[in-house]
Design a protein around this ligand. Sequence first.
Ligand SMILES: Nc1nc2c(c(=O)[nH]1)N[C@H]1C(S)=C(S)[C@@H](COP(=O)(O)O)O[C@H]1N2
Ligand SMILES: [Mo]
Length: 516
Amino acid sequence: METSRTAREPRLPVFGAALIGVVALAAALAAGHLVAGLISANASPYLAVGNGAIDLTPVGLKDFAVRTFGVYDKLVLLGGMAVVMVLAAAVAGIVSRRSPVPGIVLIAAFGLLGGFAVAQRPDLSAVALLAPLASLIAGVGVFFWLHRLASATPQAEVAGASRRSVLLAGAGAVVAAGAAGAGGQLLAGTRDAESSRAAVGRLVPAEPAPPIPADADFAKLGTPTFLTSNRDFYRVDTALSVPQVRAEDWSLRLHGMVREEKRFSYDDIRGRPLIERTITMTCVSNEVGGNYVSTANFIGVDLGDLLLEAGILPGAEQIFSTSVDGWTAGSPVVAALDPERGAMLAIGMNGEPLPVEHGFPARMVIPGLYGYVSATKWVKDLEITTWKARRAYWLERGWGEQAPIKTQSRIDSPKGFETVPAGKVRVSGVAWAQHTGIERVEVRLGANGSWLPATLSREVGVNTWRMWWTEFDVPAGSHQVTVRAVDKSGYTQTDARAGTVPDGATGRHVISFTAR
Ligand SMILES: Nc1nc2c(c(=O)[nH]1)N[C@H]1C(S)=C(S)[C@@H](COP(=O)(O)O)O[C@H]1N2
Ligand SMILES: [Mo]
């Protein structure tokens, strides 16, 4: 009798088995999220796996994702991960129709992957491993428990009371998982950086930036406003979940090729006479005509002053900066030391403490250099070194070491393919050549028209964009307009098209519109 036991062991129905896998997955994710809420939102194994995936993604694909999905690229990633995980959990259930072992092995493998991803995160301590551990225990536990309940139900009785008890247990597990997940979210919310940021209050610079003149933009004629609101400021980073750093826990270490290593707390920085500078930032991933360019009043201290206090040793070339989430950037020491350029360690943006997604408590901003070599958010470490000794995040992924922002211009109105009334058509937009300044903007109607100078907005500084507008008299029909900028070095924006990799796109923005 004993020998035929396996043969008589009941097989679970396919759908029920799949469901057990999915419920166990929900329990695992929720338990991990709950424990992560107690430690750090970023300890959540789900987010950690996603972050790991971002770091492992090849440049081309990442570039494609940013281009195609914009700020939604991470949502798409998380959604895709969810689909894959639910399918895998269902499969884990289905292959376990007789014995729970294959499912438990699969779920445990999931758990280990989550643990590995959390362990890889440089912003988390070993305690954070408790979150994936909770996931592992909850996932395997719930799977085993539901599987036993269901298997103990003889097929003949499936329509009866025991089946109901399996369903009830499953529903109970889902409800508990939901509660745990929500609890985790709530706990993370009370501990996160936002409350610390609120406690900082408004930042009042001792040395405010000159007020922005009313004629610094042509917003009424279709250009962006001169200052970009914090809400509208473009955002680019590799962080799947925004690093949560409280000001009171933050410090910045300045070390390497310096005479004297320094460490600054938030109060050290905030207690200094704060300066304010109006700066237009640009991302190297900005396509011709793209939106990854914005302007703000940054508040903080001069980055060069901090370096001088530490004393830069001869031979130093690179400021190798590291964020709390382990992202790195390499900036030229000379750029930070040049008082004309005005590099900053910023803690404020448009009067407020930095928004959490823009680097709270502190970030770097160096005018004239693309963000990936100059604008480390959530910065915690500055190592003064050489170019040879250290290679930053995007350098390892095929982007250039030196990345000055290229002179560019963009048409904002009319929009591409817009239909406008025939007759006088106003064309407007922006141009930028940070650290050099815009001298002239020229616009051309049709592929062979002559270049006509546009009216420029009042210049705020060489480190900020400049708005332009002009007018054409156009008959009904379809038309095209092209813009080009000439900067103060005498350079005319090239017509030669280049992609964003390795050091920024070139080419001229052309749009088509219809007059009727
Ligand atoms: N920690 C961290 N800082 C970062 C990045 C990042 O991925 N992680 N991205 C950089 C890039 S590529 C740009 S263009 C700017 C964008 O800053 P913003 O999001 O405030 O506009 O931040 C830079 N600082
Ligand atoms: Mo960027």
